[in-house]
Write a protein that binds this ligand. Structure first.
Ligand code: HEM
Length: 497
């Protein structure tokens, strides 16, 4: 191991600098150097990695085990890598835990999020992207579905607030249900009642699966893949969770196959099944469009589209409650433009600049996917004055981009007006990239923006959200898992009329 490790260091003597790795584990213990947050919790990984850039420069390296990882910090280098050298920086690494679960082999790749950069990924991404767009604009429009879900959210929040006796509501489960239901409608053509037991247990399973993968000894599967097969503890629990989710999704696909009506596609699953038939009819033998592949695409959309959007909404609610003066201004704008006689709609987008600026400012400060999804170099490249070997894992540090002092004045302060010009019009800033940048940019960006806009405007039109009195204000640094989530909090929900 040591011989291979030092051979690698020597072969590319000019690899980016970085902290000295420990044998076997690499730089796993790096966080300890930076101490805890003010409330005693450990610093989030992205902010630790941003601090390291002050020591080693915007392009530096660390090791996870013997895997070389290069961290890109600040807008200039992230843009340079992902936009100017997309052919080199758009591959995904083979993460053992993911590969085992998605049955990834050299000749068989699955899904979109972790699929290697290449023709199969490209075709699937194009197909899903086009289909998602048609849901935003076409006859399968998702707006009524989102609004329907929000009407449940309002009722539930009010009910829970009344039951809380003034201590406030934890909005997380209600928001998470609504967001998951949007993905369900999109891919499965089915909206679940929020009390539906099967749906609730499916959400619990997904949460548990992610929790095990990110915050349990199961992360060691990435270093010792055979651990996945251990017959006890979190390892066997992970396999059970995987089996249950598989059974749930396969049931839906089977049901779609039985009831598919090509003249009336209900959802992305129907469209995909029709695409398989069309390709088979055209004589395509194995272009990658298969029912097996569909299964992983559905899984990807759930994983990529639920936690990210739900946490963004939860951050927006928390910031609005923590900055009541900003909330007041958002509400004044909604009252003026939308009024009280109707609920907000997508046609209001573009007419509520302060509200949109507030949403963007929360997204900037919280960078819900702070390190994007790991990229990998598909060939050796000279970059930023260093050599980055082929097969290096690359983490674009979006958190550092959103707090880059070269791009933002007073980057740590919460100030929506930075997204407005002097006339109060919305400014598009290139260095605002919560959805990433380049070929691997988020595929659900339009859908997510639609959800964030409708949710924020609908909830703030109806309610004033306030932090409960006598309870310490929740911290704004968040918990780092697969995404950056706010620490659990409660808010009081006061109807505005
Ligand atoms: C990838 C952010 C919502 C589907 C990503 C990436 C980011 C991101 C940063 C990684 C980009 C990279 O690797 O460089 C977000 C945020 C969201 C959100 C902040 C919500 C506010 C969604 C939704 C969907 C979705 C709703 C689907 C319906 C995807 C997919 C990828 C992705 C499929 C992988 C793209 C690829 O590898 O080609 N997202 N996302 N995301 N996102 Fe999102």
């Amino acid at each position: 191991y040591l011989v291979r490790f030092y051979q690698k260091r020597h072969r590319f003597a000019n690899i980016p600098p970085g902290p000295k790795p420990w044998p076997v584990v690499g730089n796993f213990v790096i966080r300890r150097r930076f101490g805890p947050e003010a409330d005693g919790s450990s610093k989030n990984a992205a902010s630790v990695l941003t601090e390291l850039a002050k020591l080693y420069g915007p392009v530096y390296s660390i090791y996870a085990g013997r895997q070389l990882i290069v961290i890109l910090n600040g807008y200039k280098v992230v843009k340079e890598a992902l936009s100017s050298h997309p052919e080199v920086f758009s591959d995904r690494p083979d993460i053992p835990a993911i590969s085992i679960m998605t049955k990834r082999k050299a000749d068989k790749i699955s899904g979109i999020v972790f699929a290697p950069y290449g023709p199969v990924w490209r075709e699937h991404r194009k197909f899903c992207h086009t289909t998602l767009r048609s849901f935003g604009l076409g006859r399968l429009s998702l707006e009524p579905c989102i609004m329907d879900g929000l009407s449940n959210v309002k009722t539930e929040l009010l009910r829970l607030d009344a039951e809380s006796g003034g201590t406030g509501v934890n909005p997380a489960p209600v928001i998470s249900n609504a967001v998951s239901n949007v993905i369900c409608s999109l891919v499965l053509g089915h909206r679940f009642d929020h009390r539906d037991q099967e749906f609730r247990s499916m959400l619990r399973l997904m949460d548990r699966g992610l929790e095990i993968c990110v915050n349990s000894p199961a992360v060691l599967i990435n270093v010792f893949p055979l651990l996945y097969h251990l017959p006890f503890g979190v390892f066997s629990e992970l396999r059970q969770v995987e089996r249950d989710i598989t059974a749930f999704l396969k049931r839906f696909i089977a049901n779609h196959l039985e009831t598919l009506d090509p003249d009336n596609p209900r959802d992305l699953t129907d469209m995909y099944l029709m695409e398989i038939s069309a390709r088979r009819a055209a004589g395509e033998v194995d272009g990658g469009f298969t029912e097996d592949y569909l299964f992983y695409i559905i899984g990807d959309l759930f994983i990529a589209g639920t936690d990210t959007t739900a946490n963004s909404v939860l951050w927006i609610i928390l910031y609005m409650a923590s900055f009541p003066d900003i909330q007041d201004k958002v509400q004044a704008e909604i009252d003026e433009v939308v009024g009280t006689l109707r609920t907000p709609s997508l046609s209001d987008k573009g007419k509520l600049p302060f509200t949109e600026a507030a949403i963007m400012e929360v997204q900037r400060l919280t960078a819900v996917v702070p390190l994007a999804i790991p990229h990998m170099t598909s060939e050796t490249i000279e970059f930023g004055g260093y050599t980055i070997p082929k097969g290096t894992v690359v983490l674009p540090n979006l958190w550092s981009v959103h707090r880059d002092p070269n791009e933002w004045d007073d980057p740590d302060s919460f100030d929506p007006t930075r997204f407005l010009d002097e006339a109060g019009k919305l400014l598009r800033k290139e260095c605002f990239i919560p959805f990433g940048i380049g070929r691997r940019v988020c595929m659900g960006e339009q859908l997510a923006k639609m959800e964030l806009f409708l949710t924020t405007t609908t909830l703030l039109q109806a309610f004033e959200v306030r932090l409960p009195e006598g309870v310490p204000a929740p911290p704004l640094h968040g918990r780092f898992g697969l995404t950056l989530a706010p620490c659990p909090y409660t808010v009081c929900i006061n109807p505005r009329r």
